[in-house]
Design a protein around this ligand. Structure first.
Ligand code: EPS
Length: 388
């Protein structure tokens, strides 16, 4: 059975849910596999008031017994504490006598207008509730499960923020797993102390001028087993799946792997990663401009994915819009939001990459139980070891 996940839940509804199918039986999980990443997603300088209300925790509702998966669908619930403030009126589940004014002033950059047209609603609330990046809490919980599976085979995922607004961190090419140790201590999850301070300042200034900021983050997967993904079809190339997973994150407008768009500016002699072999390291590269993928397959160097997040589209000094009820020009709707959520988006990116890699792992090695998966991975590793 293929590994898949779905999420459900509204931003101000009772809870968010992730439903994961296709996990092998016998995978050990502990609450921290879900909760540490859920807490990391809530951090970052520039988050709004909502993060003070919520303490996101993954409540497992099915699929786990005595801390191990049993092969059945795994359901994770993340309660929205804020629902208590909405359930009487704006987000009442059942028909209510409460007076709730429709919101008719769509925000430029948000799903509001297109969603209203598509779903035939004169109120943008039902659109924004599901479009909200609050949904990413459920993805992060699913990613925590994927990370636990990958960790068993030595694969580790990390992320850092490289740009916020006009502030770029110095470029770092060959990062090691240890380089990420202190990244969560930076208020913007940036590896460079000076850039971190400048990014924080930029967010503060943006907030003071009623503005918002986007940025760029990078996600790394260390020690990928070589040969995950495939060159044989477009949709089995890992590049295409990683691209889709990242572009599917709210507010992401571009993705690149390795040297990405820079590869269009340099000749082939400088673009590709030359191949070396020695007894100790086996096949290896001294550069990683491919970002760990050739022909849609992992080749053993770390995966490096970079994504750009546009600035949050809820502005406290709103942009021009149109009242959908009257067609009069008006300023867009405003509501509590973040000034910058790029540090959180990087944690969501980790979950996206982890899930794609976990899918590729199970696709290649199969198995209904962890013991069967272990055997298949061991056999393959022995076989490619002999190649070294
Ligand atoms: C978010 C929760 C939301 C927003 C943000 C992300 O909470 P609220 O709307 O109640 O303030 O802070 O959502 C958006 C950026 C958006 O555009 O909707 C979260 O948990 O990440």
């Amino acid at each position: 059975m293929a590994l898949t996940y779905r999420t459900a839940g509204e931003s101000h509804g009772p809870a968010l849910y992730a439903l994961i199918e296709g996990l092998p039986a016998g995978l050990e999980l502990v609450p921290d596999d879900l909760d540490l990443d859920l807490a990391r997603r809530q951090l970052g300088y520039g988050r709004g008031g909502r993060m003070k209300i919520e303490t996101d925790r993954g409540n497992v509702r099915s699929g786990l017994r005595h801390g191990r998966t049993i092969g059945s669908p795994l359901t994770i619930e993340i309660v929205n504490r804020d629902f208590a403030n909405w359930e009487q009126d704006r987000m009442a589940i059942w028909a209510t006598d409460a007076e709730v004014e429709p919101i008719t002033l769509p925000r430029p950059g948000h799903a509001d207008l297109a969603g209203m047209l598509k779903y035939g609603t004169d109120d943008l609330r039902p659109i924004l509730e599901r479009a909200s990046a609050r949904e990413t809490a459920a993805r992060v919980a699913a990613g925590g499960v994927a990370k636990a599976l990958l960790r068993r085979y030595g694969m580790e995922i990390r992320s850092h923020v490289v740009t916020i607004g006009a502030v770029d961190a110095p470029t770092r090419d060959r990062l090691a797993l240890e380089d990420f140790e202190g990244v969560d201590e930076s208020p913007v999850r940036c590896l460079d102390a000076d850039a971190s301070a400048a990014m924080r300042e930029a967010i503060k200034t943006a907030g003071q001028s009623h503005d918002t900021l986007g940025g760029i983050f990078e996600v790394w997967a260390f020690n990928p087993i070589p040969g995950l993904g495939s060159h044989v079809t477009g949709d089995s190339r890992l590049d295409s799946r990683i691209g889709a997973a990242f572009m599917g994150i709210q507010a992401i407008k571009g993705v690149e792997m390795g040297a990405g768009f820079e590869l269009g500016r340099i000749p082939g002699s400088q673009a590709h990663d030359e191949i070396y072999w020695d007894e100790a390291a086996g096949y290896h590269r001294r550069t990683n401009r491919s970002g760990g993928l050739e022909g849609g397959m992992t080749h053993g160097e770390p995966l490096v994915v970079r994504a750009v997040m546009k600035p949050i589209s809820t502005l406290s000094r709103p942009l021009a819009s149109v009242d959908v009820a009257t067609k009069e020009p008006k300023q867009a709707f405003k509501e509590r939001s973040d000034i910058c959520a790029v540090p959180a988006a990087a944690v969501v990116g980790e979950a996206a990459l982890a899930f794609v890699l976990a899918q590729a792992l199970l696709e290649k090695f199969g198995g209904d139980s962890i013991a069967q998966l272990d055997d298949a991975v061991d056999r393959y590793r022995t076989a490619i070891q002999q190649e070294r």
